[in-house]
Design a protein around this ligand. Structure first.
Ligand SMILES: [Zn+2]
Length: 296
């Protein structure tokens, strides 16, 4: 479909919220498949179809293995499959060898379930920091063509962020960069030095930003800026952690807090995404990479 609208890159960090929240609070059943990802996947695919938008799904390996029938539906709908790693461990908490092993585990699962080899990567919680810039070298060595983990949000510490907000080739040790591209998340930089950085690309921020401000910020963020959502943010039903009967009061209180945070984002995300799709063309990262890499 041709379009004169400006173009943004749409991504879904495809993970099972129940696995992650249960592991976070120390619940014993965290490895089990959560009860909502199939429903959330229906909602995501239905909304993207309605909006004529295609996206990159950065798939978490452990979520895909718990729900082995879901990925092929995403591929069949014409979306790109990328990698969100395997275990959702912060990159800066791993050694380069552990990081490479995590990438390989996710890739093996994705290849097994879809037949596709992912060429794009999104770090869990944007966790490539100043102390883990070696991760770009590992990504290049592992055959990735692009990274989408730079997010210059004031809420994230120790960012390994270049000044550039537009997609760019990464300069790695030795200079050549091995051709690895970086596609940063959309950030609205207001004014010159000393201005604000407003993270307008993530659905978790949309819950506290007026829609008009998100749209203005995305216009200013430049072409091929990145958007990201999670399946739970498009869940039509309220999120409940459903901890086992053995869970402690403290675990339950922690889970309630997480539920409240995510349900706030969930209520806002579909409406904001619809407003964005009216003004911008939304394409997968791999398509932008193909266009830019051809021209470079
Ligand atoms: Zn994630």
């Amino acid at each position: 479909m041709t379009s004169s609208r400006p173009t943004l890159l749409l991504s879904i960090d495809y993970e099972d919220w129940h696995q992650l929240v249960r592991r976070r609070v120390g619940a014993s059943n965290w490895r089990e498949a959560g009860p909502a990802l199939a429903r959330q996947t229906d909602a995501v695919l239905g909304l993207l179809d309605e909006l004529h938008a295609r996206a990159t799904f950065f798939v978490l390996g452990m979520a895909a293995r718990a729900h082995p029938d879901l990925l092929e539906r995403i591929v069949a709908a014409g979306h790109e499959i990328g990698s969100h790693g395997d275990a959702h461990a912060p990159v800066h908490a791993q050694t380069p060898q552990e990081f490479a092993a995590d990438l390989r585990a996710a890739r093996a699962t994705i290849e097994d379930l879809t037949g596709c080899t992912p060429i794009g990567y999104r770090a869990p919680a944007f966790s490539i920091t100043k102390t883990s810039e070696w991760a770009y070298r590992v990504l290049a060595e592992e055959g990735f063509a692009y990274d989408a983990s730079q997010h210059d949000s004031p809420a994230l510490r120790d960012r390994a962020v270049a000044c550039a907000s537009a997609p760019h080739r990464l300069e790695l040790d030795g200079g050549t960069g091995n051709g690895l591209w970086e596609f940063p998340v959309a950030v609205w930089r207001t004014g010159r030095a000393g201005g604000l950085r407003i993270p307008v690309g993530g659905a978790s921020y949309w819950q506290v930003l007026p829609t008009a401000l998100v749209l203005r910020g995305l216009t200013e963020a430049g072409p091929f800026a990145g958007l990201y959502l999670h399946p739970n943010e498009l869940d039509p039903e309220p999120l409940r952690a459903d901890l086992p009967n053995t869970a402690t009061h403290k675990q339950r209180a922690h889970a309630r807090l997480r539920e409240a945070q995510r349900n706030g984002a969930r209520r806002r995300a579909p409406g904001v995404l619809k407003a964005i799709a009216r003004r911008f063309e939304l394409i997968p990262y791999g398509e932008a990479h193909a266009r830019l890499d051809r021209c470079a």
